[in-house]
Design a protein around this ligand. Structure first.
Ligand SMILES: [Zn+2]
Length: 356
């Protein structure tokens, strides 16, 4: 079934993990056999051929680069200018994939409809470019507010102001505090340009403030449920209800620590923690119970987002295994119509509404 994945760090994998995503996942992992510089070496699950194999014809991949002040030990750049330059290298990789016929940018209603028409007929997927809607995870790299329009011009259509920790525009996961004047100005500029606000990673103070100060379209590309795994990275029921009221779609993430409670990074294994694809349906179910329907959930896997097979559902070898989800959803009582909506329909409805 045609599938949309609303969150993948493709260019980060290309430019920081040095992965040639035009290759098969098997080849990427072979090449990393003797590398130990990152915990997920040799455990990749995502590449462009694998997306085609899995009928995942449209994705929302990121540009991502953090700015860090002295004493902030998260990985990041020492100036906003360096962070911006890193995102421009990432953009250059997307453009090179376009030139190679591997990907194609989707950035308005016309290009969306054309691309869906190409993919909804499931023949010869191997010949088709993967459509991508460009997003930015964390706004630190936008040197000034004027850079938002620059980014819009090259295709940026969704933006999450925060990532982990303190940000230049908004604080994110594991941090607290309201947005500063720059953050509020950023929201205004996004509204003017009709850039989708990604509520993922906003710390709770910034989350509520952003909803109050932004009247454009809001989604959460990759976010699970706090009732199931209690962590500030996950949404509380109040947050989920507020997003549903705004017409948001929330993408289910396949990072094991966000799926099952008590995951210990580097220690737990998906098998011993019973982390399989069915677990994400528990998160879906919870959101559907709050919504009273299956119209606000979608897929936003975050696969290979600095973790690999060692930290994702054990019954997923590559991202192509997302095609196991329709049967699992049916088994849990989702109708065929619901399943279509989860796999692509809800994101499509959201995008058409946002870009009309
Ligand atoms: Zn993320």
């Amino acid at each position: 079934m045609f599938t949309i994945d609303a969150h993948l760090d493709l260019s980060m994998n290309a430019m920081e993990w040095n992965r040639d995503l035009a290759k098969r996942v098997y080849e990427i992992n072979e090449r990393e056999k003797n590398l130990a510089d990152k915990p997920d070496r040799g455990n990749a699950t995502v590449s462009l051929p694998e997306l085609r194999k899995g009928n995942i014809g449209l994705v929302v991949p990121t540009q991502i680069a953090r700015y860090v002040t002295p004493g902030n030990f998260l990985p990041g750049w020492n100036s906003p200018q360096q962070a911006w330059a890193q995102t421009q290298a990432q953009l250059a990789w997307y453009n090179a994939m376009e030139d190679a016929g591997e990907m194609i940018q989707v950035n308005d209603l016309a290009s969306l409809e054309k691309h869906i028409a190409l993919w909804i007929n499931e023949n010869n997927n191997q010949q088709k470019p993967i459509g991508y809607i460009l997003s930015l995870e964390g706004a630190d790299s936008l040197i000034t507010i004027q850079h938002v329009e620059k980014a819009y011009q090259y295709g940026l259509r969704a933006l999450g102001p925060a990532h982990y920790g303190a940000g230049r525009y908004a604080n994110g996961t594991d941090a607290t505090g309201a947005m500063n004047a720059n953050g509020l100005e950023l929201l205004k500029e996004m509204e003017r340009l009709n850039i989708i606000l990604d509520a993922t990673h906003l710390c709770e103070d910034a989350f509520w403030q952003a909803l109050d100060n932004f009247s454009g379209h809001v989604w959460a590309s990759h976010n699970n449920v706090r009732k199931i795994v209690n962590h500030n990275r996950q949404f509380s029921d109040e947050q989920i209800k507020a997003l549903i009221e705004r017409g948001a779609v929330i993408g289910g993430a396949l990072d094991a620590w966000m799926m099952v409670p008590d995951w210990v990074r580097g220690k737990s294994s998906p098998q011993e923690m019973n982390c399989n694809l069915e677990v994400i349906i528990d998160h879906f179910d919870h959101i559907c119970q709050l919504a009273g329907n299956a119209l606000h959930i979608g897929i936003g896997t975050d696969l290979d987002g600095a973790f690999g097979r060692e930290q994702c559902p054990y019954d997923l070898e590559t991202i192509a295994d997302l095609q196991r989800l329709p049967a699992l959803l049916n088994k849990r009582g989702y109708t065929n119509e619901d399943v279509k909506n989860v796999m692509h329909g809800n994101w499509l409805r959201f995008l058409k509404d946002a870009w009309e």
